[in-house]
Design a protein around this ligand. Structure first.
Ligand SMILES: Nc1ncnc2c1ncn2[C@@H]1O[C@H](COP(=O)(O)OP(=O)(O)OP(=O)(O)O)[C@@H](O)[C@H]1O
Length: 418
């Protein structure tokens, strides 16, 4: 197929006839209202096109000046054009120029993971038409339908040698200890992103009577996620709260059960573990620690905004319809800025000791952030660079307010496309 004036044309190989294959939404042909899929193209500017190749028809068009005259035999009756507009978030990168299966690369639309697409035409089972938000006035482009993606993926899978799953590890041992595992993968929320190229999203405006959305912070170890979470809660304790974690260790003096931690037995902890009650859990100095879904619910039910920080591989566990998480990626500034701003900062190394950052630690943070973004950016609703702490807190506060009050197009998933 080739494009001409916002439509793609194709040749019937048996008869040699040229047909309109599809009309691109918002393109010239669409706006004219005169061309429809299935119309037979007879002449272009007086020249008969039957028997020509589509590229030759395009050549006639390229060399035409002024008004272009098409003679067509309409395909009747016209299929109904009214269909609901869908909004999708891309879970993969796509470049039509690198896709040999696209019928017309010129009409294709490139997109990246995390982009929001307005799907304007799904009549073709293989190729949808979409616009890239927020530019809804732009001409639509062809994008592969989920079923086309799946069939391509199958081909790809057969032709590839096995590759082990890449896993991002916490850079600093201190954190591995308490967050080493996330086996709580909730059966209701286990993601299907690996099989679905898009995820349906809806315009979300929070009703005041609804509980606030869960705010999820994530970033490479050492970037400052804890510091930011702590500051937000300290500055606005009536608005923000963290979930109370569970632990099997004994309370220290001054600690109250249900305030700092829920102190529970190892047996109860293991019972909660096997029943998928934890978002994440792990062991630290031979004690178990974990964050329960129920603790989040308690905070949200009290009307406060619950802020948690998680390891990225636990994203799927919190992406539920109920929690409607707003996921904020905390990104490091440039190496130069990290060195400038972290002169007094300390991080936990080797599980026990707090130590100052060295240049190689900043490099590790930068590298871990790069890997995280490459692997998970499709789930980020917002990216905040943690440069100057004060400014980051303000940016974070503004982002959270925006999330709670309702975004124009909410990028939090509501249900996975299965
Ligand atoms: N923007 C910033 N400017 C200066 N110091 C910062 C900034 N952000 C964080 N810090 C400091 O960096 C250190 C590490 O921060 P923090 O403990 O919050 O990291 P983290 O991302 O939670 O890492 P981990 O998950 O390993 O605990 C702390 O001393 C914190 O005060």
């Amino acid at each position: 197929q080739n494009t001409c004036c916002g439509a793609t044309i194709k040749k019937d190989e048996k008869t040699g006839e040229i047909f309109i294959a599809r009309v691109i939404h918002g393109g010239l042909a669409d706006r004219s209202g005169l061309l429809y899929p299935g119309d037979k193209l007879v002449e272009v500017n007086g020249e008969p096109v039957e028997g020509l190749e589509p590229v030759q028809v395009i050549q006639i068009l390229i060399h035409s000046q002024g008004t272009i005259l098409f003679k067509v035999i309409p395909n009747s009756p016209q299929p109904p054009t009214s269909q609901a507009t869908l909004y999708m978030r891309a879970m993969v990168d796509y470049n039509p120029l690198q896709d040999p299966s696209i019928p017309c690369p010129d009409a294709g639309m490139a997109f990246s993971k995390g982009d929001l697409l307005q799907i304007v035409d799904q009549r073709d089972v293989q190729w949808w038409q979409a616009r890239l938000l927020p530019n809804t006035t732009d001409c639509a482009g062809l994008v592969p339908s989920p079923s086309h993606f799946k069939s391509k993926k199958r081909e790809f899978w057969w032709s590839q040698s096995y590759q082990a799953h890449t896993c991002i590890k916490s850079l600093f041992d201190g954190l591995i200890a308490v967050r080493q595992s996330c086996q709580s993968c909730n059966p209701n929320s286990c993601h299907s992103a690996s099989t679905s190229p898009y995820e349906e999203v809806l315009n979300y405006q929070r009703n005041r009577s609804e509980p606030p959305r869960l705010i999820v912070l994530l970033g490479p170890s050492g970037v400052g996620v804890n510091e930011l979470r702590r500051r937000l809660i300290k500055i606005n304790p009536n608005t923000f709260q963290g979930p109370i974690p569970y632990t099997t260790r004994l309370p220290r003096s001054g600690e109250v059960n249900g305030r700092e931690y829920h102190f529970i037995t190892k047996e109860l902890f293991e019972y909660l573990m096997v029943n998928h009650k934890f978002i994440e859990y792990g062991e630290h100095k031979r004690h178990l620690y974990g964050t329960c879904f129920d603790s989040i619910k308690d905070v949200l039910d009290s009307g406060k905004t619950c802020i948690i920080d998680i390891e990225p591989h636990c994203i799927h566990a919190v992406r539920t319809k109920k929690l409607k998480p707003y996921i904020i990626f905390v990104k490091p500034p440039s190496l130069e800025h990290m060195k400038l701003t972290r002169t007094d900062a300390k991080f936990i190394a080797n599980s026990y000791f707090k130590t100052s950052f060295r240049d190689e630690d900043f490099e590790k943070i930068e590298e871990a952030a790069r890997i995280m973004e490459a692997q998970y950016s499709q789930f980020f609703d917002c990216v905040i660079v943690n440069d100057r702490l004060q400014d980051t807190c303000m940016d974070l506060f503004a982002a959270i307010q925006h999330a709670q009050e309702g975004a124009t197009v909410d990028t939090s998933q509501l249900d996975q496309l299965r």
